[in-house]
Design a protein around this ligand. Structure first.
Ligand code: FES
Ligand code: FES
Length: 155
């Protein structure tokens, strides 16, 4: 079996992996980081979204062997001593109900705010279009991202 080395949330991991193992399964089962969720395993729901080499990807769409040498950030890696402003905004705006979609939503939202400090509602909705939420109706999520943007601009 091939051995991979990855850096996740600034920690080094090294494991032998089955060539068919999905990256999301590696993150959850081998690295034991359960914040990244599996909703569909087919690339539709976005629950498995992580930063991979600095960009968001659906980690059920990549084999773990393809991550050898990569830098990955999961939801557990976003917060410092305090919650990340996007996490805090989701909490404050009740943008979390069951929480299943939340890690992926937050990663996608962070990517948006890295690239657009003042997104309008349409831009926010477009940025999270690959993340499905069965609970919130999306409005609280949109409000949370807009609020986080404001906070991050220091407004
Ligand atoms: Fe990856 Fe649904 S679990 S997109
Ligand atoms: Fe339940 Fe989004 S909060 S799926």
């Amino acid at each position: 079996m091939p051995t991979i080395k990855v850096r996740i949330n600034n920690r080094e991991f090294e494991h032998e992996v089955e060539p068919r193992l999905l990256l999301v399964s590696y993150i959850r089962e081998r690295a034991r980081l359960k914040g990244t969720h599996v909703g569909c395993d087919t690339g539709h729901c976005g629950a498995c979204t992580v930063f991979f080499r600095g960009r968001p990807i659906k980690s059920c769409m990549l084999l773990a062997v393809c991550a050898d040498g990569a830098e990955i950030t999961t939801i557990e890696g976003l917060a410092g001593e305090d919650l990340h402003p996007v996490q805090e905004a989701f909490r404050a705006h009740f943008a979390v109900q069951c929480g299943y979609c939340t890690p992926g939503m937050i990663i996608s939202s962070c990517w948006l705010l890295q690239n657009n400090a003042e997104p309008n509602e349409a831009e926010i909705r477009k940025a999270i279009a690959g993340n499905l939420c069965m609970c919130t109706g999306y409005q609280q999520i949109v409000d949370a991202v807009a609020h986080a943007a404001k906070q991050m601009r220091g407004a």
